[in-house]
Design a protein around this ligand. Structure first.
Ligand SMILES: Nc1ncnc2c1ncn2[C@@H]1O[C@H](COP(=O)(O)OP(=O)(O)OP(=O)(O)O)[C@@H](O)[C@H]1O
Ligand SMILES: [Mg+2]
Length: 258
């Protein structure tokens, strides 16, 4: 087993990165995969949803792991979470200073995560990395560690594609250190094929990104409910449209990464 490592990245804030990581993790696990989520966002939203402890109680989060010794890995890995078959390396507010620390001290500031998680590849089928809304060193570490990347794009918003060219240029730069990084595609979030703005964003996303995942995610308040309840959509709303969308997305991804 060598894990497929998928970074969910877009420096545009609030486009659906964390929601994608959380529910994709849940659905991939539901399909029988062993999944690990790595939270690289100081907001720690994925950890607040999946984790059964508060990020502030965790002594080794991605912040300590990135700047510390590889021996911290065992302490960082939390197998017990709110989701069955999903492990977690927590994020925390401490990540706020990690980029400066990496810049000052790390021999290869973009490749610390890749080095630290090398040993985990044989333990998981999928590793999903939640990125912060920036294109700085935390996101670079995610992309430099990954085999694949998904770019969530908020379909209902006319600003959904703002900054996407910068992200694509950033991917090209990262390929100098991680040449095998593959783009799985843009993922349309809050997408409704009947709305003109969504159709326009989809066409434009295709033009700019070149690849769009076949399955898109509809708008649904169940997503917020799931976050508040710290639950998966499988447990909360098994038959809802949004749950089925994530289920189909997981199936599509399993096929595409083979
Ligand atoms: N399909 C959806 N339907 C309705 N609301 C959604 C959907 N996806 C995400 N949201 C909501 O939109 C907000 C932003 O989503 P999310 O936190 O996943 O974005 P993000 O890209 O991780 O944000 P950040 O850049 O701050 O990390 C959240 O309140 C989330 O619950
Ligand atoms: Mg987020």
């Amino acid at each position: 087993m060598s894990a497929k490592i998928i970074a969910v990245a877009n420096h545009k804030g609030g486009c659906g990165k964390t929601t994608t990581v959380v529910h994709l993790a849940s659905e991939l696990a539901h399909l029988g995969n062993k999944v690990l989520v790595i939270d690289l966002d100081p907001q720690a939203n994925a950890s607040l949803h999946i984790g059964n402890k508060h990020p502030s109680e965790i002594s080794v989060t991605t912040a300590e792991l990135l700047v510390g010794d590889i021996s911290l890995l065992a302490d960082a890995l939390e197998e017990n979470t709110n989701f069955e078959n999903v492990s977690l390396i927590y994020g925390s507010l401490n990540l706020g200073k990690t980029e400066d620390q990496l810049k000052d001290d790390a021999p290869r500031p973009s490749e610390e995560l890749a080095t630290k998680i090398e040993l985990l590849k044989d333990l998981y089928d999928f590793i999903l990395i939640d990125c912060p809304p920036s294109l700085k060193l935390l996101t670079s570490n995610a992309l430099a560690s990954s085999t694949h990347v998904i770019i969530p794009i908020e379909s209902g918003s006319q600003y959904g594609l703002y900054g996407v060219t910068d992200l694509l240029n950033h991917l090209e730069k990262i390929r100098r250190i991680n040449p095998d990084l593959k783009l799985l595609g843009a993922l349309l979030i809050k997408h409704d094929e009947r709305q003109n703005v969504c159709k326009l964003i989809k066409d434009e996303a295709y033009k700019q990104v070149g690849l769009i995942l076949e399955n898109s995610i509809p708008q649904s308040t169940k997503v917020n409910q799931a976050a508040i309840m710290q639950q998966s959509l499988v447990k909360l709303e098994k038959n809802s449209k949004v749950r089925k969308a994530f289920q189909m997305l997981a199936q599509e991804i399993v096929e595409k990464v083979q």
